[in-house]
Write a protein that binds this ligand. Sequence first.
Ligand code: TYM
Length: 329
Amino acid sequence: METVLSGIRSTGNLHLGNYFGAVKNFVKMQHEYNCYFFIADFHSLTTHPTPENLHNNVKQVMAEYLAAGLDPEISTLYIQSDVPEIPQLYLLLNMNAYVGELERTTTFKEKIRKQPDNVNAGLLTYPVLMAADILIHNSNKVPVGKDQEQNLEMARKFARRFNTVYNVEYFNMPEPFNFGKELVKVPGLDGTGKMGKSEGNGIFLIDEPSVIRKKVMRAVTDAGPTQDNQKMEEPIKNLFSLLKLMSTPDTVEHFLNKYNNCSIRYGDLKKQLAEDIILFTTPIREKVKEISKDETYLAKAVHTGAEKARASASKTLRDVREIIGFKAF
Ligand code: TYM
């Protein structure tokens, strides 16, 4: 059976981008594949959380995962730092990862631009740790959003290099995966780019209705179309992309027609979009609150996950060590 893996940084709450880019696909896949889903708390250290925040963030994201429909009985749901085999594989992969190629990754270049005061080595080798996450279970499919495409390409590169250097066919080539074929990029509400934690433009699954209404009503728009069938610019295209994800096809068509004949009022579109988001997030938000209070359930899910993840990870690490040439005395 094919192995599916996906992960999420524990830096903040789940937003609609995380849900539609990764979690939704994963929830659907967990019944058909051998599935691993984890919380990347090592990765979150690149932004230096306080000890207290580190733990609370992991706990919160775990509750959100469970509320969004991941079933710890069916898939293996775990915390990255509970699996010491991952940093060991990361160390081994680092020996064949080259500084030049790591410096050229788009995400690294972006970080240098955005946070010049904190360009740490963890950021440089971020794709290697991600490759270790994926390869530790020899995964075939990785449900992610479009923003992770390049990191997946790097994971394949490191897997292929390992196979070539040691003349083996050990690692599978992990492919990014989405049920809709195309990888998804959920836009933010600020007119450009993607919805993201570091971008500060997210709608979170746990946002209260009043917060969602406020965020959506503040979304950037333009002056409105002046000609029939006018080409849409990014802020409006983004609003329609969100509407397509959140609303019924009839609603989308209704506003598209209004746009095309210049009678659209963006305020009406935003009101509808906000209500549809609220309809979708409300049951999840309520479940998050319930699960967060249930310490016993959370602890059980985490311990079961760690045990299952380590069983698979230690097998891979044993094989890799043997291939590299480590021998017991
Ligand atoms: P992170 O935490 O930024 O995002 C988690 C998942 O959500 C997806 N995503 C989006 N998809 C569509 N539109 C968006 N606006 C959007 N924003 C986020 C991401 O593609 C991702 O699938 N480095 C990863 C975490 C990670 C990982 C891994 C993922 C560590 N190791 C191994 C997969 C496999 C990250 O920071 O994702």
